[in-house]
Every structure is written in structure tokens, then in C-alpha cells.
Design a protein around this ligand. Structure first.
Ligand code: HT7
Ligand code: ZN
Length: 876
């Protein structure tokens, strides 16, 4: 296949200035007429042909300056239209008519039908599946879109921008015309037509303009869109308050569809969402669902400025919009909820998804320089690490400097297609800071390791901190550059107060940030007032692995006294990880696991500290997962041994924690009307952790069944069901609860997804057969991405012992599913396959089974470029 290189970038020969489209929606005979006005760019030879992108297109007719083009003037294939002999003056129009069958589009890219609703997905290269075009993000045009459809089937006809006209046509048909005054790349184009219910609202901007807000959902589900609407209004206000950014059209619309490859899409003025991230009510959505909806509504809305007003020059710059927009949605959620708890969740996710990506065969920099399939670059690295890089810029420049840089970025590049270099330069110029070394974060793959050692000299009352950075080789990058790593820190004295050293020397230190900019650097703190405990990487200021042999006593001290709540959690988590790593090794060798009483004491102290918010305490009590332990072990992984060791630790903690857990279980009940607010959600989370420990300690499913039966909300219900299915598989109680859940929610696919996932993640070798059985039920459909992710995705990436069965059957099953799905939806198949990315870290037996499954995929005929790219890199 073709490989694309950043170094090959050059602007197009022609600019497309306006696009006027007509969609005649008519099922399998849908017709699209697209009239573009073009201008040859300065310096381009007059005989240069116009080469338009297509993908599986059927050309009906072609006209140049409204005259039908003769056959000798152009060459056409399903994926390219080349036009010669263009007017010498360089300005002309091209009219392309194509014919589509949206219902036959199973890739969910381009124009397709979801539950009968016509909808589009154009990022990254879906527009070329609708019409021939210069389908790349640096071609910005003004669009006018006319949609014609059947009145009964498609009473709603939507596109980007503002509505300008609507009316009746013959034969029970009607039309609507939309105009988007903001020039945009084709990937932000959208059309939706169907029969949907609507929730209406209005937002008044800071400058007093009134914006109509509309969320479209399936009829009858309008009430479930109320939270999304509330989140939208809060997002609009937040962007004005925090970044001074106002919305720029008269109307903002969101449509929820049930077949969607990703979470949502930021099309200008017409966001299209996976309905999972719009619909919520207490009976059907968990607190996690509410938090995701809030974050994703915000994310897509924030793209209006970071992505749409300023877009990407080319797809190598994807993290220009994605990393920055994730950073903005993280900050929004932190402001709406608890900042430290939000940060803990972010870091857990970053470590669970991005760190393994960066440590495996699919590692790439946030701003890559080569790709063979752009759809495979919507990764944790581009999104999550991209966001961490922006966060580090904010740490280095401070809040004021960061805002100045953002303001300059908008001032300079509004209406343009920009690059990462443009972005970094805005911060440099706005603050007079040299960010050349810092920018390596964008260009280098791999998670840096910072090794730390400390030496306290009592005589001089000084602490020397020695730091050393390194990055392991990643595919295609063996020699790594020295990075600028901003490390927040604290120095905690014995009484828990913070030391204020009279003198600091060595590496640059600004306030509570150490700037590590060389391979090896030291910092010396003098006149401390006694030996301090160093708390390093507060707030996870840099996305790194710390290698720091801190004593358990020091970790417990940080867990108890840090003023930064995130750092308290981090210390506790690190302490627990050590015990869990030991436990995994001991159980692999068939030895008995003992748990350090100091860890138990630290956990009990956090659990019972009423000055700490419940959501934080829930995080503190949630020990690292089996996957976390595997990642930390790094090689020769035996998931069964990890689970046995972890279970032994959990059992010991549960016994010791029993009285505290009983108390929390009673005190954290949230009687009365359900509220999705962060405080109530925190109580539910803490009560669920308490229930889980109590169920382990009591070795009895009755308490969990009681919670399940009495639950008046999905959060309590789903957490109780998970405890039953995972801790007491096959018990009468688990069977009863699973059946009750199915009976009650069998008609609601989004809720049944939870039921599928919980069962798919039940530990142990038997789950595979159960998953296969579930695939045969009416609840599953290989054609729906949410179902596939809920069942097969949850099994492959959320069930370490089940998926990594010793006999390799889990890998064989995944290979079968990837191949079956690839035939209809390559993007979905490729993403599913990334669950194999850490296969080389497995112990030898499993590794060979994994290799065989991957090799079978690689050898299959007719693979998509999506799956072929992932499988080749995974095996390389
Ligand atoms: N920018 C959007 C990415 C997206 C996407 C990409 C490829 C294929 C389908 C897709 N759907 C959405 C989502 C976002 O980051 O906001
Ligand atoms: Zn995004």
C-alpha cells in the first residue's frame, strides 16, 4: 500500500472557493450534484490538470463552466477524477454528479443510513465517498447545501451553518437549503435527514447574540437528552469565560445516531454523536456515562474554535486539534467537577491506553511524519499524550502566559489550516520563551523514564536530588533526544508541613517546578528544617515513568500529608503497585502472598479520612488493575498469576477493611431523588467500592444481590451486577440478576451493552464460550459498532485472564472476528485488533499463540488497508 510522508506536503494547484451541493435523497438511487468554483493558484502552469479524490464513486456526469465535459477531457475511476484543458484564466466551475446507495455503505464513512436516518461521517477521508473533491484539510471552501427528500421518511433535512430556505416539491417531497458562511475543509461537512424528535433551547452569547440549540434523538427519547443540553450550555459559557471564545452561527445542532464508528464528530454547526454519548437518565445511565456525555459534548463544541475555525494543514497535524481540544475538555471537566479526582481518572486512562501504545509496536509521536492509513492515527497518543503536551506548555508558561499564547494563536491563524509549528510559535512569541527543546515532545515517540535518587545531608540540612532521563527505542527511532521535562514537586517535612528551602541550586527550578533539560541534572535544596520527603511529579505534570526507590514509609507519608490530592493518590497507588508486583511474582512461583500491613493501614486511613471527598476515597481504595500490573511487569506476563496474586491482596485488604467498609456502605447511601452531580456520584462510587470489599470479605453474593434488587439507578445496579458476575460467576444470585437485567432492559440496546460488557469481562477461561453464545442472541449485531465494542472489545481489552487463555483460543477468536468485521467495516476491525498490541510482553506459550493468530490475519486475502497496516506493524 501507499505510504504518506509529511515531507511530501505541498499545497494544491487549485483552491476551491465555493461548493454548491444538491442531495436528492432517494434510497439506492440517491444523487449528489456538487458544483465547485475553483481558482488556479499563482505560479501553477496553465496546463496543470485538476486531480480530484474519490473512493468507490460512480460518476453520472461532469460539466466544466456548466458545459458537459467530453470524454477526452477527463479520466475517471472510482477513486480519482482527472480533468484536463482547464480554462486559461484559471477560474472556472466544475459540476460533478454522482450516484450513491447509502444503505449499502457498511463502513459508516461518507453518506450512510443508521436506523433509516441518512447521515454522514467525513473525517478523515469520507467526503470523497460522496463526491469527487480535493478531500484534504487545507482546502477551505464556503458551502451551500440543498437537500431534497421524502416528506414522510425525512421530515428533517439538516446540514452545516444557518438555514436559508425550505419548501415543497412534487410527489410528497420537500427541500431545505443551508448556508455555512465559514470556509471549512470537506471533513467538517455534514448532512442528516430523517425522522427524529428534538429538544430545543437557546443560549445567549457574552456579546448578546441568541443561538438556537437543538438536539435530535429518536422519537420518545427526548427526555434522555436533557443532560446533554445542559452540558452544551455549560460548555458554551465556559469557553467564553476561560478562553474568550464565542459561538459564531445562529444555530448549533447535535444529532444522535446509533451506528457510529467513534464517539462523536465536530462538523461545523452540526455535530453528529454516537447516541451512547447523548442519551442519559438515572434509570439507564451510570455516573460514568453522565461524565462521558459532559466531556464529549464539551469536546465537540470546543472544536468549533480548535479544529474548525483553525483547522489542520494536513493529517500529520491531527494532534493540533485533538490534543488541544482534549486538554480543553479536561480543564472543563476539572472545573465542573473535582479537579484532583478528574486528574486521577485522566492519569489512569493515560497509563492504561497511551503508555502501552507508546511502549509497543504501534508507538508513534503525537505529530507523526509518516502513515499508511490515517484512520489508524486517531490514537491515545495523538489525543491523550497530545493533551498532556499542551498541559506541559501551560505548566511551563503559567496560566497567564498560556492564555496569551492561545490568544495569539487565534489572532494569527483564525480561518487558516495550521501546523504544530504554528501553534508552538504562538506561545514562543507571546511570552518570549524558547520552546525548541520542549517541542521534541511532539516529534519523539516513547514514554520517558526519569530515574531519581535523593541524598539528605543532616550536617548541612540539604537535600540533593539526582535526576536522569531516558527514552527506550521505538519503531523507527533508535536514537532519542534529550527532552524538557517539567516536574512539579513538594518537600514534605516530618510533621507534614512543606519545607521552604532558603537556597536552591543546580537545575532550573521555578516555584514548584523542576525543569529537567539535560540527560543528568541535580538540584540541591538547602536549609530545609529537617529531612524532607520528596513528592515528585505532582499532578502528573509530565507523562513519564518515574523510577524512584522511595521507601514505603515515605510513600505513606506523602499519601497522608501532600497538599496536592493527586499526589496523595499517586503515592498510595505506587505503594499498592509494589505489593501487587510482589504478589504476582510470588503466585507465579506458587508461593504464599503476604500483604504489608503499612499498605493496609494507609488504605484504611484514606478510606476513613472524612476531610477527603468520597470520590477521592473511592479512587484511593481502587487498587491498580490486572492490566496495570501487567504493564508494570513489562515482560513474561502470565495473566493468571497476576490475577491470583491480586486476588490474594484484595482478600487481605478486604478482611482488614471490613469495619470501615461496613460504615461507608451505610453512610454513603444516596437516598431520595437521583442527581448526577459529582458529589453524589462520588458517594455512589465509594459505596460501590465498599460493597466490593464487603462481598469479598463475606464471600457471599447476598449483599450485592440486595443492592441490585433495591437499586433505583443504573450506577448502583450496574456496579452490583458486576460484583455478582465477576466475584460469584455461576452463582444463583449472579444468574438471577443477569436474567432480571436482561428482562428489564432487553429492548434498550445501549443498556444491554452494559450487560454484554459485564459478562464479557468476567474473568476466567470459560468466558470465551459465553461470549460466543452471546453473539448468537438477539442482543448482538456484528454490524453495530457499539455492540461489537461492548462484547468483543470488552472481552479482548478488558478481560486479561479470559482473552489471554493459556490455549490461545482467545486470540484465535479475535482473529476470526477481525476478519469477519473487516469485510464490512475496516475501521472498526482495525481498532479491535489493537487489543493485541502488547502480545510480545506475554510469556512464551501465549506469545506463540498470539503470533499465530496475528500471522493468520496477515496472510488473509483482501485485507483492508486499515487492518493490514495494524497487523503489519504489530508483527514487525
Ligand atoms: N474528530 C472526530 C474524529 C472522528 C473520526 C475519525 C475517523 C473516523 C470516524 C470518526 N468519527 C469521529 C472526533 C473527535 O475527536 O472529536
Ligand atoms: Zn476531537
Amino acid at each position: 500500500g501507499q505510504v504518506f510522508h509529511l515531507s511530501d506536503y505541498r499545497p494544491t494547484d487549485f483552491a476551491i472557493e465555493t461548493v454548491s451541493m444538491t442531495f436528492r435523497l432517494a434510497g439506492a438511487d440517491t444523487e449528489v450534484v456538487s458544483q465547485m468554483t475553483l481558482r488556479r493558484r499563482d505560479g501553477v502552469p496553465t496546463d496543470a490538470p485538476l486531480v480530484l479524490d474519490g473512493d468507490a464513486l460512480q460518476l453520472v456526469s461532469l460539466a466544466i463552466d456548466n458545459e458537459t465535459a467530453e470524454g477526452q477531457r477527463y479520466e475517471v475511476t472510482p477513486d480519482r477524477l482527472t480533468i484536463h484543458d482547464l480554462p486559461a484564466d484559471g477560474t472556472f466551475s466544475v459540476t460533478v454528479t454522482t450516484k450513491l446507495d447509502p444503505a449499502a455503505n457498511t463502513q459508516l464513512m461518507g453518506l450512510y443510513r443508521s436506523n433509516g436516518v441518512y447521515c454522514t461521517q467525513c473525517e478523515a477521508e469520507g467526503f470523497r465517498r460522496i463526491t469527487y473533491f480535493l478531500d484534504r484539510p487545507d482546502v477551505l471552501a464556503v458551502y451551500t447545501v440543498r437537500i431534497e427528500g421524502d416528506r414522510s421518511e425525512t421530515p428533517l433535512l439538516l446540514s452545516n451553518g444557518n438555514p436559508v430556505e425550505a419548501g415543497a416539491l412534487d410527489g410528497n417531497r420537500h427541500y431545505a437549503v443551508w448556508h455555512d458562511p465559514h470556509p471549512k475543509p470537506s471533513y467538517l461537512f455534514a448532512l442528516v435527514a430523517g425522522d427524529l424528535g428534538v429538544v430545543d433551547d437557546v443560549f445567549t452569547t457574552a456579546s448578546g447574540r441568541s443561538v438556537d440549540l437543538k438536539i435530535y434523538v429518536e422519537h420518545g427519547k427526548e427526555a434522555r437528552a436533557a443532560y446533554a443540553m445542559d452540558a452544551l450550555k455549560r460548555s458554551m459559557k465556559w469557553d467564553e469565560d476561560v478562553f474568550g471564545l464565542e459561538y459564531d452561527l445562529d444555530i448549533f445542532q447535535i444529532v444522535a445516531v446509533s451506528d457510529f464508528n467513534m464517539g462523536a464528530m465536530e462538523n461545523k454547526g452540526l455535530n453528529v454523536f454516537n447516541d451512547k454519548y447523548v442519551l442519559a437518565d438515572p434509570e439507564t445511565a451510570t455516573d460514568a456515562d453522565y461524565a462521558n456525555i459532559e466531556a464529549i459534548i464539551a469536546h465537540e463544541y470546543f472544536h468549533n474554535w480548535t479544529g474548525n475555525r483553525i483547522t489542520c494543514r494536513d493529517w500529520f497535524q491531527l494532534c493540533l486539534k485533538e490534543g488541544l481540544t482534549v486538554y480543553r475538555d479536561h480543564e472543563f471537566s476539572a472545573d465542573m467537577r473535582s479537579r484532583p479526582v478528574k486528574r486521577i481518572a485522566e492519569v489512569r486512562l493515560l497509563k492504561a491506553h497511551q503508555f502501552p501504545e507508546d511502549a509497543g509496536p504501534l508507538a508513534h509521536p503525537p505529530r507523526p511524519v509518516t502513515y499508511s492509513e490515517i484512520n489508524n492515527f486517531y490514537t491515545a497518543t495523538v489525543y491523550e499524550k497530545g493533551s498532556e503536551v499542551v498541559r506541559m506548555i501551560a505548566t511551563i508558561l503559567g496560566a497567564e502566559g498560556f492564555r496569551k499564547g492561545m490568544d495569539l494563536y487565534f489572532e494569527r491563524h483564525d480561518g487558516e489550516a495550521a501546523t504544530i509549528e504554528d501553534f508552538v510559535k504562538s506561545f514562543e512569541d507571546a511570552t518570549g520563551t524558547d520552546l525548541a527543546q520542549f517541542a521534541i515532545w511532539y516529534h519523539q515517540a516513547g514514554t520517558p523514564t526519569v530515574s531519581v535518587s535523593v541524598n539528605y545531608d543532616q550536617r548541612s540540612d540539604s537535600l540533593t536530588v539526582d535526576l536522569e532521563q531516558s527514552v527506550a527505542a521505538t519503531p523507527g527511532e533508535s536514537a532519542k533526544k534529550i527532552m524538557h521535562i517539567p516536574l512539579r514537586f513538594g518537600l514534605l517535612l516530618e510533621d507534614g508541613s512543606e519545607a521552604e528551602p532558603a537556597e536552591v541550586s543546580g537545575a532550573r527550578v521555578d516555584g514548584d517546578v523542576i525543569h529537567l533539560t539535560e540527560r543528568r541534572q541535580s538540584v540541591v535544596f538547602k536549609s530545609l528544617g529537617g529531612r524532607p520527603v520528596l513528592s515528585l511529579n505532582r499532578g502528573f505534570s509530565a507523562p513519564i515513568n518515574l523510577s524512584f526507590e522511595q521507601s514505603s514509609a515515605d510513600l505513606a507519608h506523602i499519601a497522608k500529608h501532600e497538599s496536592d490530592a493527586f499526589a496523595r493518590w499517586q503515592a498510595l497507588n505506587e505503594f499498592a503497585m509494589r505489593i501487587l508486583l510482589d504478589a504476582a511474582k510470588l503466585s507465579r512461583d506458587g508461593r504464599t502472598v503476604a500483604v504489608d500491613p503499612d499498605l493496609i493501614a494507609a488504605l484504611i486511613a484514606s478510606a476513613s479520612d472524612e476531610t477527603l471527598e468520597p470520590a477521592f476515597r473511592a479512587q484511593a481504595l481502587s487498587l491498580p488493575s490486572e492490566a496495570d500490573i501487567a504493564r508494570e511487569l513489562g515482560s513474561n506476563i502470565d495473566p493468571d498469576a497476576i490475577k491470583r496474586g491480586r486476588d490474594a491482596v484484595l482478600a487481605a485488604v478486604a478482611q482488614a477493611l471490613k469495619p470501615v467498609a461496613e460504615k461507608l456502605f451505610d453512610e454513603m447511601a444516596t437516598p431520595g431523588l437521583f442527581s448526577p452531580d459529582a458529589i453524589s456520584a462520588g458517594k455512589r462510587a465509594l459505596r460501590a467500592v465498599a460493597l466490593s470489599y464487603l462481598s469479598i470479605a463475606e464471600a457471599d453474593p447476598k449483599r450485592a444481590l440486595g443492592v441490585f434488587d433495591e437499586a433505583d439507578n443504573m450506577t448502583d445496579m450496574a456496579s452490583a451486577l458486576q460484583i455478582l458476575a465477576h466475584l460469584f460467576p455461576g452463582s444463583a444470585e449472579a444468574t438471577q440478576a443477569l436474567a432480571a437485567f436482561e428482562g428489564r432492559f432487553g429492548g434498550d440496546p445501549l443498556v444491554i451493552d452494559k450487560w454484554l460488557s459485564i459478562q464479557a469481562m468476567a474473568p476466567g477461561a470459560d468466558t470465551l464460550d459465553h461470549v460466543k453464545g452471546l453473539m448468537e442472541t438477539r442482543h448482538f449485531a456484528l454490524s453495530n459498532p457499539n455492540r461489537v465494542r461492548a462484547l468483543i472489545g470488552a472481552f479482548a481489552s478488558g478481560n486479561p485472564t479470559g482473552f489471554n487463555r493459556e490455549d490461545g483460543a482467545g486470540y484465535g477468536f479475535l482473529a476470526d472476528q477481525v476478519l469477519a468485521i473487516d469485510a464490512r467495516n475496516p475501521q472498526l476491525a482495525a481498532r479491535l485488533l489493537t487489543s493485541m498490541r502488547s502480545w510480545r510482553s506475554l510469556e512464551a506459550g501465549r506469545r506463540e499463540h498470539a503470533r499465530a493468530a496475528l500471522s493468520r490475519i496477515a496472510a488473509a486475502e483482501g485485507l483492508s488497508t486499515d487492518v493490514s497496516d495494524i497487523v503489519k506493524r504489530t508483527l514487525a
